[in-house]
Design a protein around this ligand. Structure first.
Ligand code: ADP
Length: 645
């Protein structure tokens, strides 16, 4: 029989499939199953008004059968089938917009970008990713005759009449021989087929039937020493429906327990820990969809790496069309896992189409609102669970706030928590504010390497003595978060190392100013002794028992300097945009401390010693601030000289 030629654009798509280096070849099964499901939908619809169909809803099914000897995989349905003309027009030509678009995109992008196959409904032709030959036997509903379409690839196809006793379609795929770089045998193995169906087509509403091997214990004729018949394991084959059919997210809330949801989550997203919250969304309107979302309690091991793929699974009427749809989640909530199912999306959805899809934006905005509300609720009603969440993903919220330059401020601010000096645990900012004494004007914070350093920070003493609470910030990003926040409930934030904490009375301030004028020469001498390491030396208004502390003036704090330094280290070759970010250091001395008298006295008699004192005090200031000494051995020598000489 003469071979017919594929139309040129079909041929191109077919060649792409045949030579595909795409790693997820398995999606061919998803495509064929969804075609079968559509065909059943059509006949089921006809049967509503046409008694002659002779089938009820329960009779419809999709069957998968593998024959290892013949190397064939057969996908059969008892749906509406195709006439000879339909076989010709549906399978011989690309008539569909989705495939045409696919071809266009493939022309525009280089072949190495073949990964986009996974984003398209590439349809029937995807069978050629795994097939040496494809035979389609189909009988259209209402026709007596069946037809057989056969193709071994790009050289064409043939159509001939054949026998088939009922309407429907059998797709018989002759699986390619194993190649060095590709294992095709697996598409004949029961467990592979089973898991592909589970992965992509678990929620197809028609039953997907397959012979499954099970084991059972049977009695043998042999008898053991107690006279009992010995048992042995036996494999047997059972025809089973392998898909779950009704997705958990489409079941009524009353039918699904929290445990069911948690189990589903753990199995689907490979987590061993229960999620801290499950959200169910059922929306109708501009776009209708169901979603089941999970807020995990632990971060996946690769969460903070480039490997982590954020996004929700996107389903179209129970068929998975995208495994990680990033467009459904805002970046700051990228920890959320879950599924969105909407019949408003077709299988032929491309990444490009998705990016511009208004429907996706509507869903994303709604999901953002719901996740925010859920987290807020958790914070208010179950702080222990919220803390679990926050320890895993709090940093993500902080990045969301700092990276957006305050854009997401209103959304994220009240979800933040910081470590409180009073409660000695993480608390929300609103809790800090409600605990503020009446005379307290600011929200105080101290940032540094760890809580131990911060608890002993000389500058914090005075604030704590006044009974004020301090937020101890230990994440590098924290200072940026505070800056992005600006205010919270009309209260400004103030770092305890800030020059003026506005804690003193005007008289106290005047007194210090006077002392500064009186000691100007000494203070300038101390500054000059430090060889440009500090921009100024001042008398402190905030030190109580400590001799000295380090502060910063200008825009960049010491913490920010530390952060920039880390960033710079991460940048290849150093330098870069963070190269010049250095805090302007200020050394604050405690005029009421014996060290200041020593300074004064030596300044009268031994300037060389004053210089050493100045360097010692600067070193002490660095150490208490948690800033590494520039030259530790020099410092150690200095201490010895002063003590023992
Ligand atoms: P799509 O399903 O996206 O339209 P395909 O290339 O997968 O594209 O299929 C092309 C057409 O062939 C389908 O639209 C359908 O009309 C027909 N078809 C494919 N498989 C079957 C089937 N199992 N039963 C009936 N018709 C089918």
């Amino acid at each position: 029989m003469a071979k017919k030629q594929f139309k040129s654009e079909s041929k191109r798509l077919l060649e792409l499939m045949i030579n595909s280096i795409y790693t997820h070849k398995e999606i061919f099964l998803r495509e064929l199953i969804s075609n079968a499901s559509d065909a059943i939908d059509k006949l089921c619809y006809i049967s509503l008004t046409d008694d002659k169909v002779g089938l009820t809803r329960d009779d419809f099914k999709i069957t998968i059968e593998a024959d290892k000897d013949k190397r064939t995989l057969t996908i059969s349905d008892n749906g509406v089938g195709m006439t000879a003309e339909e076989l010709e027009s549906n399978l011989g030509v690309i008539a569909r917009s989705g495939s045409l678009k696919f071809k266009k995109d493939m022309d525009e992008t280089a072949d190495e970008n073949i990964d986009i196959i996974g984003q398209f409904g590439v349809g029937f032709y995807s069978a050629f990713m795994v097939a040496a030959k494809v035979t389609v036997i189909s009988r259209a509903y209402g026709e007596e005759n069946a037809n057989k379409w056969v193709s071994s690839g790009a050289d064409g196809y043939s159509i001939a009449a054949c026998e088939k006793d009922k309407s429907g379609t059998d797709i018989i795929i002759e699986i390619k021989e194993n190649a060095d770089e590709e294992d095709y045998d697996k598409y004949l193995q029961e467990h592979t087929l089973h898991s592909i169906v589970k992965k992509y087509s678990d929620y197809v509403r028609w039953p997907i039937i397959m012979d499954v091997t099970e084991s059972r214990q049977i009695e043998t004729d042999e008898v053991d020493k107690d006279g009992n018949k010995k048992k042995e394991w036996e494999d047997y084959t059972e025809t089973e429906t392998i898909n779950s059919r009704i997705p958990i997210w489409q079941r009524a809330k009353s039918e699904v327990s929290d445990e069911d949801c948690a189990e589903f989550y753990k199995e689907k997203f490979f987590d061993q820990t229960d999620p801290v919250a499950v959200l169910r969304v059922s929306a109708e309107g501009l776009v209708s969809y169901n979603a089941m979302l999970f807020i995990p309690g632990v971060a996946p091991y690769d969460y903070f790496t480039r490997e982590f793929k954020a996004g929700l699974q996107l389903y179209s009427s129970g068929i998975m069309i995208m495994e990680h749809c990033g467009d459904l989640l805002p970046e700051h909530f990228r920890f959320v896992r879950g599924v969105v199912d909407s019949q408003d999306f077709s299988l032929n959805i491309s990444r490009e189409m998705l990016q511009h899809d208004r429907q996706l934006k509507v869903i994303r905005t709604n999901i953002e609102k719901r996740v925010k509300a859920e987290l807020k609720k958790l914070m208010e009603n179950d702080i222990v669970k919220y803390e679990t969440f926050y320890k895993a993903f709090g940093i993500q919220l902080k990045y969301g706030l700092a990276n957006g330059f305050g854009m997401n401020r209103d959304l994220l601010a009240d979800l933040l928590m910081f470590y409180s000096s009073k409660s000695e645990k993480l608390i929300p900012i609103s809790e800090y504010i409600s605990g503020m004494p009446e005379d307290q004007k600011y929200i105080y914070y101290a940032s540094g390497e760890n809580i131990t350093i911060l608890e002993k920070l000389p500058q914090a003493e005075q604030i704590r003595e006044k009974g004020y609470e301090i937020f101890y910030l230990t994440d590098e990003i924290d200072e940026f978060v505070i800056r992005s926040l600006g205010k919270f409930e009309e209260k400004d934030f103030r770092s305890v190392v800030d020059g003026d904490l506005e804690l003193e009375s005007d008289e106290d301030k005047k007194e210090i100013e006077k002392q500064e004028t009186d000691n100007k020469e000494l203070l300038d001498f101390v500054r000059d002794s430090l060889d440009g390491k500090v921009a100024a030396v001042k008398l402190s208004q905030k030190l109580k028992s400590h001799p000295v502390c380090l502060a910063a003036q200008g825009e960049i704090s010491l913490e920010m300097e530390r952060y920039f330094k880390t960033m710079q280290k991460h940048q290849e070759g150093g330098g870069g945009m963070f190269g010049e970010m250095k805090a302007e250091r200020v050394l604050e001395l405690n005029a009421n401390h014996p060290s200041f008298n020593a300074l004064k006295e030596s300044f009268e008699s031994d300037k060389d010693k004053t210089k050493k004192y100045a360097q010692l005090l600067y070193g002490q200031a660095l150490l208490t601030a948690g800033v590494p000494l520039e030259d530790p051995s020099e410092f150690s020598e200095l201490v010895s000289t002063l003590l023992f000489e």
